[in-house]
Design a binder for this molecule. Structure first.
Ligand SMILES: NC(=O)c1ccc[n+]([C@@H]2O[C@H](COP(=O)([O-])OP(=O)(O)OC[C@H]3O[C@@H](n4cnc5c(N)ncnc54)[C@H](OP(=O)(O)O)[C@@H]3O)[C@@H](O)[C@H]2O)c1
Length: 256
């Protein structure tokens, strides 16, 4: 079984390891000792082993997760001796595969992933670039792998991670209105969030039907759904969303 080593025992590593363990990964996990607090918590909660040093991580593991902050990448990686036995999985935002290769000389297989933090609690997409047939069964413990065909496409996937957070703010507008009319916050939250998770699950279960077609099949003549949707459309509700998406897209194109 894959033996995972982690260089960068921080927030990302914590939620990725939680997702792996919740998904049934039982292989060994060796942690860089830096950030003793998170390392101790991961050792206790997810049966990880804390290595003596970053070099010790490389000695014990074959798949190496790079999850230091981008500005610490060179300082953390350049002193290390990677070898052919290693496969590298980088979660470092904005560092292209070409640059990672320079930092981990001697490694044949270098891949990038960029899952969102919610995978700690529920399964979600694991954007991957480039394709990694040998890693699919390992990554499937953490979530649903979505392999992107180019580094630009991989960078663009970041937009969906940002979008997943914007949805909270939209949901807050709905729960506020429900609470104003007497619902208790717990019920308002359950109703609102259940009505985000439900449609998402339904659409994922029906991949051949377009999202617009699903909406049109529900928002039929005379329904409250259509009444509200027509109002939103008449106000150009998607305009600011498209602008925000274009803003991120322009920034992400610069890094790809
Ligand atoms: N957090 C997210 O939601 C998220 C999502 C996607 C991708 N990422 C990526 O994940 C990476 C880590 O982000 P994060 O939020 O997890 O940051 P973080 O919590 O600060 O974790 C980074 C860890 O790296 C450690 N570190 C720094 N220099 C090191 C070195 N030379 N050797 C070993 N460990 C070292 C830090 O230790 P100290 O605290 O002692 O400095 C810290 O524990 C980033 O590249 C980011 O782009 C993060």
């Amino acid at each position: 079984m894959t033996r995972l080593g982690v260089i960068g025992t921080g927030h990302f590593a914590a939620y990725f390891i939680a997702a792996l363990r919740h998904g049934g990964y039982e292989g060994e996990i060796f942690l860089s000792p830096r950030n003793a607090g998170i390392a101790a918590q991961l050792k206790r909660d997810f049966q990880c082993r804390v290595a003596n040093s970053n070099s010790d991580v490389l000695e014990h593991a074959d798949l190496i997760l790079l999850s230091v902050r981008p500005q610490h990448a060179a300082e953390a990686l350049q002193p290390l001796r990677f070898g052919r036995k290693h496969t590298v999985l980088s979660a470092m935002a904005g560092i292209p595969v070409g640059r990672i290769r320079e930092l981990v000389r001697g490694v044949d297989a270098v891949h990038r992933i960029m899952p969102s933090s919610f995978i700690e609690a529920v399964r979600g997409p694991i954007p991957l670039y480039p394709a990694a047939p040998a890693l699919m069964s390992f990554l499937a413990f953490a979530g649903e792998v979505v392999t992107l065909p180019s580094e630009l496409a991989f960078e663009m996937a970041m937009i969906t991670a940002c979008f997943s957070t914007w949805v909270y703010d939209l949901a807050e507008a709905v729960t506020d209105e429900l609470c104003r009319h007497g619902l208790d916050p717990k019920s308002a939250r359950a109703l609102t969030l259940g009505n985000i998770a439900g449609p998402a699950g339904f659409a994922l279960a029906n991949p051949k039907v377009s999202l617009a077609a699903i909406s049109a099949s529900i928002a039929t003549e005379g329904t409250f759904t259509k009444l509200g949707l027509e109002h939103l459309k008449s106000r150009g509700f998607d305009g600011p969303w498209r602008e925000a998406i274009a803003l991120l897209s322009a920034k992400l194109r610069q890094t790809a």
